[in-house]
Design a protein around this ligand. Sequence first.
Ligand SMILES: Cc1cc2nc3c(=O)[nH]c(=O)nc-3n(C[C@H](O)[C@H](O)[C@H](O)COP(=O)(O)O)c2cc1C
Length: 277
Amino acid sequence: MINIDSDKCTRCGKCRTVCPTSIPIIEKGHMPRLRHPEACISCGHCVDVCPTGAFEHDAFPAKNIHTVNRDLLPSPESLMELIRSRRSNRTITAAPIPRHALDMILEAARYAPTAENSRQVHLHLVTDWKTLHDIEAATMGFFMRLARVMLFPPVKTILRPFMRKLYDEAPALLSMNEKFRQGQHPSICEATALLVISAPRGYDFGSQDCNLAYQNASLMAESLGVSQIYMGFVQTAMFMMGTRKAARILGIPHGHKAFAIMGLGMPAFRYGRYTDR
Ligand SMILES: Cc1cc2nc3c(=O)[nH]c(=O)nc-3n(C[C@H](O)[C@H](O)[C@H](O)COP(=O)(O)O)c2cc1C
C-alpha cells in the first residue's frame, strides 16, 4: 500500500517529478493524491526523494530506508581508476574467497537496475568443487563434441573457408581439453566460485538485466581484490545444451536461463599497470 502523510508532506512535488508511472498528484492548495497506485513498479524513488519522510510504501518499511553517506562515495577519479585497472585476472589460486567478499559481490549485483524494476534476476553462487567440476566437464564435453565434428576431414574441407576464426581456435580448445584430462579446470579458469546470473527464459530483458548485475558485481570484485572473469565458454556450452539441461547443471531455477556467468577466485598477484583502451 502507498500513502502520503498529508501532515508531513510539504507539497514540494519531488515524488511526482521522479515517479516513472506518475502516481502522486501534488497540487498547490490541495491534499496530495495518488492516481492508479496499482501501476506502481515499487522502484522506491518516491520514498528516497521525499525530504520529510511523508511518502509511505509497504515495500519499503522504515528499517529499509537509508540516508546516503556522501562521504563514502568514490570520487570520479577513484571510480575511474577502478574501472581502468579492472582486469580479467586469470591467476586464480586455490585460496578460498572470504565469505564477506562474496556477500558484497552478491549485494553489488542485487543493486543493479532492472527493466521496469521487475527484479527477476536470480543470483546463484556455486562454490562446491563437485558442481564446479561438473560444469567444467559439461563445457569441455560440449566443445570436444563440436571439435570432433568440425575436425572430421570432409566437414573441415567444407566449413573451414567460412568459419576460419572458429578453426583458428581449435588448437587452443584441444589444449584446454588436455588440461581438463589432467584434472584442471581450464574453461572456468580454475575459478573457486561461479556466480550464475539468470532470469526467466521468456523475459524480454533477461540479458540486459543480468549483464548489468554482472558489471556491478565485477567492479565490486575488483575493489575487493577478488579475480573475476566472464565465463563465455561455459555460457556458450550451456546455451547450446538447452535451457532445461543447463539449469540442472548450473543449479539455477527451472525455466531460467543463465545470461551471465562470472568466474571468481583469489589471484596469485594483482596487476601493477593498465594499458590505454
Ligand atoms: C562476453 C564475454 C565472454 C568472455 N569469455 C571468456 C572466457 O570464456 N574465458 C576467459 O578467460 N575470458 C573471457 N572473457 C574475458 C575477455 O577475454 C576479457 O574481458 C578481454 O580479454 C579484456 O580483458 P580485461 O577483462 O582484462 O579488460 C570474456 C569476456 C566477455 C565480455
